[in-house]
Design a protein around this ligand. Structure first.
Ligand SMILES: Cc1cc2nc3c(=O)[nH]c(=O)nc-3n(C[C@H](O)[C@H](O)[C@H](O)COP(=O)(O)OP(=O)(O)OC[C@H]3O[C@@H](n4cnc5c(N)ncnc54)[C@H](O)[C@@H]3O)c2cc1C
Length: 381
């Protein structure tokens, strides 16, 4: 008689880290941690890329950032230029530069001062160009524009494709994702965090990462940390296809604009004009008076667009901090908690590097990048 097959040994998978939020920042933290052999569980209340990370303009921009963000944006751009090596997908990333145009000499002088200020800090990626080069780079620009600030290594990518690529690679390296799993309560029990979902499930891990986007203040509040984020709804619109006429992404110095053409001919227009967000209902409302301000800017700067048809407009739900820079780094009040939220409408480009920073903080206890300006403790007073 054959001897019975031994029962397989059962081991229960337990995460080392629980990440709250499956936007780009949660997926990036999960990826970088998984690359180092850390077991990660991502809990997402809706589905991955449902919010800002899936519906944004895809701008991969170093240009014009707050000085505190410059070292991070430069480091992130290096990752974007090799994004395929990181996530096995090019994320639709194309680098044709980003420009901020000046419509008069006063605006151009402001851009020159900005470039000089960055040079003084040792950063050379922003350069001022005159009218002739502007016209070479953007032949369709209106005749009155006198020059621009350009960051030649910038570009754009496809947001939902990027976020899914980070998730896919994280899963391939062992991370687990639960969607439809909203975190209701976080409690410290001994030396672990106990996390309870709205469905009543409980998970435990020694480390918690708060990547909950426009809802992150609610997690922070449970940790006794004020995070005075404002919930905003940046709007975008897209046109029907028009013949290809522009490669770089264009913004404006004196007005709100982000303007780019996709390879299929459609043109995406935005830049940060706001609708209204109803975060408890996962809903946004457009403000058509602001949509028309955006359309007017395009009318003025790109006469070639005057006959274009707008086919769709939408808004996403985003967290804006009072000082317009994110919260990145360890909790100021609790052990084993790290934050990455409040990206104030420009967090897509920072996704690759902030996940790496979070993984560095957790696995090495520090990062080489200057993150002190982003500490949540700045709101404690
Ligand atoms: C219209 C628009 C255009 C933009 N354009 C650009 C651009 O061109 N370039 C750029 O760099 N940035 C841009 N941004 C900003 C960028 O999209 C965001 O900064 C970035 O995506 C934020 O990522 P996140 O992971 O922090 O947040 P999110 O993508 O919002 O992800 C947070 C996730 O956490 C989940 N969550 C919240 N609470 C809980 C909970 N309690 N339990 C479980 N899950 C929870 C949410 O459901 C959500 O999926 C734009 C934003 C918008 C809205």
């Amino acid at each position: 008689m054959a001897s019975p097959t031994p029962a397989p040994s059962m081991s229960i998978w337990k995460p080392d880290v629980i990440v709250i939020g499956g936007g780009l920042h949660g997926c990036s933290a999960a990826l970088h941690l998984s690359m180092r052999g850390v077991r990660v569980l991502v809990l997402e209340k809706d589905h991955v890329a449902r919010h800002a990370s899936g519906v944004n303009a895809g701008g991969v921009r170093q240009l014009g950032r707050d000085v505190a963000e410059v070292p991070l944006t430069v480091a992130s751009m290096a990752l974007w230029h090799r994004i395929g090596e990181l996530v096995d997908d090019d994320c639709g990333f194309e680098s044709h530069g980003q420009l901020k145009v000046a419509e008069n000499e006063a605006e151009l002088a402001g851009l020159e001062a900005r470039a000089a200020a960055l040079r003084a800090l040792g950063f050379h990626h922003e350069e001022v160009i005159g009218q002739a080069e502007l016209r070479d780079l953007v032949p369709a620009i209106a005749g009155h524009c006198v020059g621009a600030l350009v960051s030649r290594g910038d570009g754009a990518a496809i947001p939902f494709r990027t976020t899914f690529a980070f998730r896919r690679k994280a899963i391939a390296l062992g991370a687990r994702f639960e969607e439809g799993a909203g975190v209701a309560r976080v409690v410290r029990v001994g030396d672990v965090w106990s996390v309870e979902t709205t469905g009543g499930d409980r998970h435990e891990a020694p480390i918690l990462v708060n990547c909950a986007g426009a809802w992150a203040d609610r997690i922070a509040a449970q940790l006794g940390e004020p995070a005075p984020l404002e919930v905003i709804a940046p709007m975008l619109m897209i046109t029907a296809r028009v013949p290809p006429f522009i490669k770089p992404v264009v913004g404006a110095s004196g007005r709100t604009l982000s303007f780019k053409q996709f390879p299929n001919g459609t043109v995406l227009i935005g830049g940060g004009l706001l609708g209204r967000a109803v975060r408890d209902e996962n809903r946004t409302e457009l403000d058509f008076s602001q949509v028309s301000v955006n359309a007017r800017t395009v009318w003025d700067l790109f006469p070639v667009m005057r006959g274009a048809t707008i086919v769709r407009s939408w808004a996403g739900i985003e967290a804006r901090m009072p000082d317009q820079i994110p919260v990145i780094g360890p909790s100021g009040t609790q052990p084993g908690v790290f934050h990455a939220f409040g990206f104030s409408a420009h967090g897509f480009q920072l996704g690759p590097i902030v996940g790496r920073i979070t993984a560095d903080l957790i696995t090495r206890g520090g990062t080489d990048l200057p993150i002190q300006p982003f500490h949540i403790g700045r709101f404690a007073a």
